[in-house]
Design a protein around this ligand. Structure first.
Ligand code: DLL
Length: 447
């Protein structure tokens, strides 16, 4: 059963609710936020011109740079007296992006996160080990309030402390893990090093997000940790986690909380709205937020939307798993490369572990990509056994095995993505693990 009745509205009912909420939020920002008043005036548009949800295309976009330029409090639609929480996300450059919540926003956040947990099959019978970071990052507190709202017992362990995570997984009988997908894999690696028997762990499901990951990565996590891995999506500017999430029944696209957050897909070059099914940049209007609603916020995330009813009974549009961010896309010798495409190729290769770094350098005028990736422990053991044989013929064969893995990766990257790449195979644990969002790309090219 979905958490809120709005998750099963008919399409016309949903459009009606969205139309009402869009009108309201336009009035709110126009009368309270000088930035939006001047944006609307520039476009010669008044809140009263917004009659229904289709009119959203008349509205101006909001960009990350607008948040930076109005740092820290310029986009608040409430006096500071009514603000009860401030989060911020650190950018790679300069000041962080600041977001504010009033009491109703905090309540809304708990509700949409309760939807997320319910979608993943979590109930008051569960013990949720929350390994998202607590702090300015929205992951920790967002998951915390949602898990409490469904009545689960929350362990607010935060990120890091990997050995302690494993101890609590065993001792507290956690049934749900919330973390970045990369941290979940790290926990698994450390559990293996500690020779933990996975039968002593009761985990059944993980709610993973905050960074791009692929279907192949999902299979790795599900197989290794013996759980269901659910994709959850969100961003601080809109609310934090709780924007969309997969259901455990279908695991096929993320149900968008579109009664509160109106999603559109646009062509990132022209800004034109694209029809359902087409891939482009996700743009969101946070219609029910009060302290800091945003109009047509350009997320930079690349995905598409599917309005078909899901087998779980929810009718909300589903967002395909994020392919990556428009600004994470590497252009290598003119070819667009998303790190997630490289991840898919790697994880479909036998003997390769889900730990990698993509490095891009410029040699003269040419860009060069190098993928450093770990081989699995099993592969390493096989090789070590062979080396020990002192049989030269076998040793040569072993090298051939490595060469074949490299060639397979190079060929598949070329065939599927269209670029040449160097591949460096490294032993298990050679690549630094992440306790939060993984950094997988090192771009050394001059800016
Ligand atoms: O990462 C909120 C969050 C916390 C989501 C916990 C899910 C779980 P920010 O730090 O503002 O907020 O980063 C938002 O992270 O625009 C995407 O590029 C990326 N992202 C978030 N979830 C996913 C996901 C949180 N499931 C940015 N798949 C977003 C791919 C994701 N990318």
């Amino acid at each position: 059963m979905p958490w809120n009745p709005e998750e099963t509205l008919s399409r016309p009912e949903m459009a009606k609710l969205q139309s009402e909420r869009l009108q309201k939020v336009c009035e709110r920002v126009y009368s309270r936020v000088p930035f939006y008043k001047s944006k609307f005036d520039e476009k010669k548009i008044k809140p009263s011109d917004i009659k229904n949800i289709q009119d959203v295309v008349k509205l101006p976009f909001t960009k990350k740079s607008d948040l930076r330029e109005n740092y820290p409090y310029g986009l608040f639609a409430e006096p500071l007296d009514n603000i009860v929480r401030i989060h911020a996300s650190s950018g790679t450059t300069g000041k962080p992006t600041v977001v504010a919540y009033n009491r109703n926003d905090i309540n809304l956040w708990a509700e949409v996160m309760a939807r997320t947990f319910t979608c993943a099959g979590v109930t008051n019978k569960d013990v949720v080990q929350n390994a998202y970071g607590y702090g300015l990052f929205t992951g920790g507190l967002g998951a915390h309030y949602g898990a409490e709202r469904v009545g689960a017992a929350v362990i607010p362990i935060s990120g890091g402390n990997t050995q302690k995570q494993i101890m609590l997984l065993q001792d507290f009988g956690s049934t749900v893990l919330t973390s970045t997908p990369s941290f979940a894999l790290y926990i698994y690696d450390v559990a293996c090093e500690m020779k933990i028997n996975l039968d002593t762990i009761k985990l059944k499901v993980g709610l993973f997000g905050a960074e791009p990951w692929t279907e192949e990565m999902r299979h790795e996590i599900e197989e290794r940790l013996r759980i269901k891995a659910i994709d959850i999506y969100g961003l601080s500017e809109i609310i934090g986690p709780g924007v969309s999430s997969e259901c455990i029944e279908a695991q096929s696209g993320l149900h968008f909380n579109e009664d509160h957050f109106y999603p559109e897909i646009i062509n990132p070059e022209t800004g034109e709205q694209l029809p359902y099914g087409q891939e482009g940049e996700l743009v969101i209007t946070s219609m029910s937020r009060e302290a800091m609603p945003l109009i047509r916020y350009r997320t930079g995330d690349i995905t598409n939307l599917n309005p078909e009813k899901c087998k779980c009974g929810r009718t909300t549009v589903r967002m395909r798993r994020v392919r990556g961010r428009a600004d994470d896309m590497l252009i290598i010798r003119g070819v667009n490369v998303f790190p997630s495409q490289v991840e898919s190729v790697l994880l479909r290769t036998k003997d390769i572990a889900p730990h990698y770094i993509i490095e891009v350098n410029r040699k003269g005028r040419m860009d060069e990509m190098n993928v450093r990736v770990e081989v699995t422990t099993e592969c390493m053991d096989k090789l070590a056994a062979k080396v020990l044989t002192t049989d030269l013929k076998q040793f040569a064969q072993e090298e051939e095995d490595l060469i074949k893995i490299k060639r397979d990766i190079q060929k598949n990257v070329k065939d599927i993505i269209g670029v040449n790449t160097e591949v460096t195979l490294v032993p298990p644990n050679a690549i630094q693990r992440s306790e939060g969002k993984a950094k997988r790309v090192i771009d050394n090219r001059p800016k």
